[in-house]
Design a protein around this ligand. Sequence first.
Ligand code: C5P
Length: 404
Amino acid sequence: MQRIMNQIQNKNIILGLTGSIAVYKSAELTRLLLDQGIQVQVVMTDAACRFITPATMQALSGKPVFTELWQDNHATNQMDHINLGRTTNAILIAPASADFIAKLAHGLADDLLSTVCLARDCPLIVAPAMNRKMWENPAMQRNLKQLETDGITILGPASGIQACGEEGMGRMLEPGELADAVFSFFWPKLLSGIKILITAGPTYEQIDAVRGITNRSSGKMGYAVAKAALELGAVVTMISGPTTLLCPHGIALKNVTSAAEMFSAVQELVADADIFIGVAAVADYRVAQPVEHKIKKSASTLTLELIPNPDILGYVAGLPSPPFCVGFAAESQNLREYAETKRKAKNIQLIAANLVQEAIGADDNEMVLLDAVGETILPRADKLTQARALLQRIIQLYRQGTQT
Ligand code: C5P
């Protein structure tokens, strides 16, 4: 995995800026791309320079910014428009204005950035940003379809409040989402076309109108597994209990509250899954009779009757033709022994075991992966790193399974 990370960290991209107020986010995007180890060469259109200065972008990217087709040609052969697109691993246009998308759709080349795009020998990624009416305009949608037909990757836009005060589709994705998407773009697509269903987060079991039973799971591990699977090209669906986390762009998310709701969602979606990863900390019990209104305080003892919740992972593993099943075991002691017993009892291919006191709610943890072959120790690292390592092991085992 370190080899893959090193390869990505040696990538260069051209970041093309066009005329949209969303260009203020490109300054932060540049910083985030550099943080990921990706080198950034900024090229700006005249319209982009009206919103943000090349000096800002030069200071952030650490390289002279290219703006002109004629005047500031840096190459001795006067061929910046050819050279730039040859020495880069991808071009990202963020923000891509309606006008620039129209140019790309029609192959126009009347400034440096559009010429670089036309002369490119690398993938092109476009992050649209515009007013919602412009986005919905049939001409815009026609141009967008043309870009997709031409194999150009489109990221976003998102819906929300716009700089013009209107609300709707057309907001450029946030810098963090774009930086993650670029990073994922370079990741080898070892799970291309594979459908992965993930459960994440805690569940909340209602006692009355204001009280409930839940646990300290933050959902960080499940969301990290979803993100790592997306990087590898999988088609990811995540069923999440209540968390405060943002779902990575590109994941189909279904929000649920209780274990019963999570179970129904899994039953509905599992038939389509090639791999099921149960990361959720599902409550083992729920209240037999939840009360609609708030229970009033009294001097006498309050007794709650708790009944067991369905074992979601056990159900999936027990289906007549189950997907490849992965579980998590959070134990407070006898980690390997309890986890391996659990793996066998649930009849699943792989279990990721960690100590509750180390993992729950934390940003990093230490894990042991147990499968029929043996164990893999994942030393302490952040949860995304752990999730990537877990998926590498899943890929090995899944491939062996599908080959036999
Ligand atoms: O059953 P136990 O909680 O010990 O095992 C943990 C694993 O089982 C996790 O992968 C968790 O997502 C899953 N699980 C489940 N449904 C339950 C309890 C746990 O899917 N009711």
